[in-house]
Structure formats: structure tokens, C-alpha cells
Write a protein of this length. Structure first.
Length: 210
């Protein structure tokens, strides 16, 4: 127990030390963020007798600041995806690996909190796999897992957890809304990432404030 308490105290002290700086966007700054990425499909799990699985991938995000309140954003996310579709009270669940590309804009409300909105395109890797079906062989419906490309909107909110010189630790929640879903399909996804943001290029004014 004493070892556990000392570990907790050490972690809290470390976070407090690293949180001494906050990133502020300035025109000319370029940052990159690398994170593991966990995602789930927004579908009624009871229909498949299983909960929507938590799937693991990774994300790369690049931001170019346009001023103190905004940044252009490009993101690449590798994430396995699951799609749920129901017809005539029968359900089918299919999975596919995808590369998800987002282009959008990030708004900064404070040095610690921001949100972004982007348009995404998603590209399949490999072949879809039927994870669950209630259909008889030869009668199943397909899902968006069979589509080579899908399109939609990304909404994300981000918070800075800690900072040290040019490095920040950030957490982000993202919701991906599909614009190309099939009829009676659940293909929206939500995800979470916790990663490292690095200031590759700072403006003459600098990118880190005390």
C-alpha cells in the first residue's frame, strides 16, 4: 500500500511539474501529434448479443496555426472499423481495417482547450470480415465495410494535460459521422486518443507561454 501511495504522489508531482507551460497558437506555428487511438461503433450492442468492441489504432495530426484562435488541421487515423446493419429484424456486423483522412479547422478557446470540425474520407484495407450475422447463407445484406471509400464529418474536442518546452500531452475525444451510410445502418464511430504534441516550427513570437 505504501508503494502504491508513493507511486500516486510521484505521478501527481510529475503532472504538476509538466503542466507549468501552456501552448498558445500563433500564426506560423506548426505542430504534430502522435497518439494511440481507441474507437467504438455507435450501435445497439444488444442486437448482436455482444457489446460494441473497443478497437485500437493510431493517429497522426498536423496543425498549422493561422492566428491566436485557429489552426488548419490534417489528420490521418488508422483504425479497424465495425459496421452494423439491420433489415427485417435481422442484424449483421462486419469489420474492416481503414485509413481515415480528415481535413478541417481547429478553434482554440484557451491554451488548454480546443475543438475541431473536418470532412473525412476513409479508405478500406483488405477484405471485410463478417463478425456476426442472423441471415441464412446467401441472403445477408452488406454493410459499408464492403465500400472502398466512405465520407463523413469529424467533430473533436481536445484538452492539454501537461506540457514541457516543445512537448505537450493532450487528450482528444472524436466523433465521426458518416454521410454515406447504407439504409438502416449504424456506421458512426467515436474515439479517444492520448498522445504527444510537438512544436516543429514556432513563429518569431514563440509557441510556448509560461
Amino acid at each position: 500500500m505504501a508503494h502504491y501511495k508513493s507511486s500516486v504522489v510521484f505521478i501527481l508531482l510529475l503532472i504538476n511539474t509538466l503542466s507549468g507551460n501552456a501552448y498558445t497558437p500563433k500564426s506560423g506555428n506548426i505542430t504534430g501529434t502522435f497518439s494511440p487511438y481507441w474507437s467504438k461503433t455507435d450501435y445497439p450492442s444488444s442486437k448482436t448479443q455482444n457489446y460494441s468492441p473497443l478497437l485500437t489504432g493510431f493517429s497522426l495530426v498536423a496543425n498549422g496555426d493561422t492566428g491566436p484562435w485557429g489552426s488548419l488541421e490534417v489528420a490521418m487515423i488508422y483504425a479497424p472499423r465495425v459496421y452494423f446493419r439491420e433489415e427485417n429484424n435481422l442484424a449483421q456486423l462486419e469489420s474492416i481495417e481503414r485509413v481515415h483522412i480528415t481535413m478541417g479547422y481547429r478553434w482554440w478557446f484557451s491554451p488548454y482547450f480546443s475543438t475541431s470540425l473536418g470532412l473525412f474520407s476513409s479508405y478500406s484495407l483488405g477484405d471485410p470480415v463478417v463478425e456476426f450475422t442472423q441471415y441464412a447463407p446467401g441472403t445477408a445484406v452488406d454493410t459499408s465495410a464492403t465500400d472502398t471509400t466512405e465520407y463523413g464529418l469529424d467533430l473533436a474536442v481536445q484538452s492539454q494535460l501537461a506540457s514541457y518546452e516543445k512537448f505537450d500531452v493532450v487528450a482528444e475525444a472524436r466523433y465521426s459521422y458518416s454521410l454515406t451510410s447504407k439504409e438502416n445502418e449504424k456506421s458512426n464511430h467515436y474515439g479517444l486518443s492520448i498522445g504527444i504534441r510537438y512544436l516543429f516550427q514556432g513563429s518569431d513570437e514563440g509557441g510556448i507561454i509560461p
